[in-house]
Design a protein. Sequence first.
Length: 227
Amino acid sequence: MLDLIQVDLSIPVTKELTACLSPEELAKARSFHFDHLQRRYLVAHAALRNVMSSYLTRSPSELSFVKNEWGKPSVPGGPHFSLSHSDDLAVIVVDLERETGIDLETGSLALTRDEMTYVLSPEELAERRERDLADADHLQLWVRKEAVLKSLGKGVAYDPSRLTVGFHSLDFNRWREVSTIDDGARYDFHLLDVRLGAMSCAVARRDEPLATGSIAFRSWSPESGAY
Ligand SMILES: CC(C)(COP(=O)(O)OP(=O)(O)OC[C@H]1O[C@@H](n2cnc3c(N)ncnc32)[C@H](O)[C@@H]1OP(=O)(O)O)[C@@H](O)C(=O)NCCC(=O)NCCS
C-alpha cells in the first residue's frame, strides 16, 4: 500500500501547528530569509510529523528523524516516506514496504535544454535527437529522475546521467521498471507518473511495482488531524 498525501503550504502558521517541531526544524525554518519560504518549510514539516505519527503509536513531537549521508530523512521503526515541495504545494509518499521517492514540480523547467544535456543518459540523448520534445517532456523526465534518485537515497549526488528513465509520454496507469548500477551493485526501481492537475510529479519505489489501485490519494490539513 502506498499513500500519497498532498499538503497546501499556503495556510497560516499557528503556534498549535508548529508546536510539534524540533528545535533543529525551527532553526532551519528561521534560516530562510523570506517569510513565504519559512512558512512553506514549517507547514511541510508539521504535516510530515502528523502524517508519520498516524502510522505509529507516537505523537508528532515524539518522532525523531535521522538522515543518511546524502540527507535522506527516515524515522527509525517507521514506514518509508519521501517529501517533495514546490511553490505552495507539498506531496508526501508513505510506503509500508519499500524505500520510496517522490518529486513534484509545479512550475517550468529550471534547467535550460543545454543544461539538461548533462543530466540525460546516452539513451535519452539519442531519444531526444529522434523526437521533437517539448519543455514539458523534459520536466517530466526530470521529476522521474529525481523520484528514483530520492528512492535510492542519494538525490542528485548520484550523477543523473547514469540513470535512464526515458521521455515516454505520460502514463498514470503503468509502473515502469528502471535500474541502475552503483558501486557494482544493481538497484531496481518501479516508476509511476502521478496525476496532480497540471503539475509534473512521479513516484518511485524500490524493487516491486504495485497495482495502481493500491495507491490512496489523500490530503492533509491541521483540521483533518492525521489526515
Ligand atoms: C534531494 C534533492 C534531490 C531535493 O530536490 P529538490 O527538488 O530541491 O527538493 P524536493 O522538495 O523535491 O525534496 C526535498 C526533500 O527531499 C528530502 N531529501 C533530502 N535529501 C535527500 C536525499 N539524499 N534522498 C532523498 N530525499 C532527500 C528531504 O525530505 C527534503 O525536504 P526538506 O528540505 O524540507 O527537509 C536534493 O536536495 C539532493 O540531491 N540532495 C542530496 C545531495 C547531497 O549530496 N547532499 C549531501 C549533503 S546532506
